[in-house]
Design a binder for this molecule. Structure first.
Ligand code: NAD
Ligand code: TDX
Length: 338
């Protein structure tokens, strides 16, 4: 039997890019995309790879123990690359329960199945947000030894899942890695998140909501560089280790929004300062030296990556226009009417 890779959340933004990358890069691997197809999941992005014989789709809820166990019993998954999650901080503030259900319970169900049926490696895709926030001192960074101090229900649920992954390694010797990446951007980013929200709204000459004073800092990484990092960790990561992923691309939110507006030749009057996010983390910044010691380097400069991403949204209007014209409209109106 060839190598079987189970990718959870492969209909979402990062998991979707990873599935496409793996199907192309490893034609001798069988890639199984397992996804519940929530509001954030969409299979139209996989039209091209659906033609390939090494791509397979399984519709399932990671928190459904019965179905997950059945799937592990009929397949021989060598790798589990776990992306599936509720991923939006603002939604976790208005409706935290589903974050615990999917991110905590769902991860535990997968870990238990991996332990019972046996695997080569479980890669848990986590986030720098589990470390909490940094102040604006540009010489400070999150390392793998930074204490876990999540501030939002989203990051608390991710931190909880990280701790379960760690526990399954310590208690049951399950072969695991945890990756903690900074903010991603790139194709198929769901338009509730800052960069695609800004691009889609500026293209429609609509106001862009900037939380607070716009000075919060995020560390941006192109999604393909995240995929390359996970590929490396999956094959070369030392068992039980955590790897931070980031490319030293810190920008204030205002800088990001202005870059997009200026690239599209629109007016900065589109910026609208709105009420700040509750518990809004000031700054994230990653020290990626541990991952670099495995041989990883980012391939995208932010300036090139953001220009290509803006172009992608121009070339793929059909994809995001369909999303923002559906249920998303209610979400957006509720979110910004508060
Ligand atoms: P996303 O919201 O775009 O995609 C999540 C996917 O998971 C969707 O396809 C959805 O249908 C699926 N899903 C949700 N609940 C499920 C369930 N119960 N069972 C099966 N599938 C389910 O998220 P994303 O931005 O691609 O993030 C992917 C992962 O990467 C998450 O674990 C997130 O915490 C992590 N991460 C994201 C970023 C970022 O900047 N977006 C940065 C670091 C880490
Ligand atoms: O309308 C907006 N206006 C605004 O000012 C939105 C949606 C966001 N913001 C701000 C909040 C943040 O400081 O922009 C920054 C980025 O916000 P998001 O795109 O929501 O990302 P963030 O909260 O930083 O979390 C993201 O990165 C880490 C992902 O959504 C997480 O899944 C990942 O773990």
């Amino acid at each position: 039997m060839g190598t079987e890779v189970l990718v959870t959340g492969g209909a979402g933004f990062i998991g979707g890019n990873f599935v496409q990358y793996m199907v192309e890069k490893y034609p001798d691997y069988e890639i199984y995309n397992l996804d519940l197809l929530t509001y954030a999941g969409d299979l139209t992005k996989h039209k091209e790879i659906e033609k390939k014989s090494n791509y397979h789709f399984l519709k399932a809820d990671i928190a459904d123990e019965k179905i997950i166990n059945e799937l592990f019993s009929v397949h021989n998954f060598d790798y589990v690359i776990h992306f599936a999650a509720e991923s939006h901080v603002d939604r976790s503030i208005t409706d935290p329960g589903i974050f615990v259900q999917t991110n905590v319970l769902g991860t535990q169900v997968l870990l238990e199945a991996a332990k019972e049926f046996g695997i080569t490696k479980f890669v848990h895709v986590s986030t720098d947000e589990v470390y909490g926030e940094l102040d604006f001192d540009p010489t400070t960074f999150f390392t793998e030894d930074t204490p876990i101090q999540p501030n939002s229900p989203y990051s608390a649920s991710k931190a909880s899942s990280d701790l379960l992954v760690r526990a399954y390694h310590e208690t049951f010797n399950l072969p695991v890695n945890i990756t903690r990446c900074s903010n991603n951007y790139g194709p198929y980013h769901f338009p509730e998140k800052l960069i695609p929200l800004t691009i889609s709204r500026v293209l429609n000459d609509q106001k862009v909501p900037v939380y607070g004073d716009g000075k919060n800092i995020r560390d941006w990484l192109h999604v393909i560089d995240h995929c390359i990092a996970i590929d490396l960790v999956m094959h070369k990561g030392e068992n039980g280790e955590v790897y931070n992923v980031g490319g030293h691309n810190e920008r204030t939110n205002l800088e990001v929004v202005k870059t997009i507006i200026n690239t599209l030749g629109k007016s900065e009057d589109l910026i609208e300062y709105v009420k700040d996010r509750l518990g809004h983390d000031k700054r994230y910044a990653i020290d990626p030296s541990k991952l670099e010691s495995l041989g990883w380097q980012p391939t995208y400069k932010f300036e090139t990556g953001i220009a290509q991403t803006i172009q992608w949204y121009l070339d793929n209007k059909g994809w995001w226009e369909r999303i923002i014209s559906g249920e998303y409209q209610n979400y957006f109106e509720n979110q910004y009417s508060k």
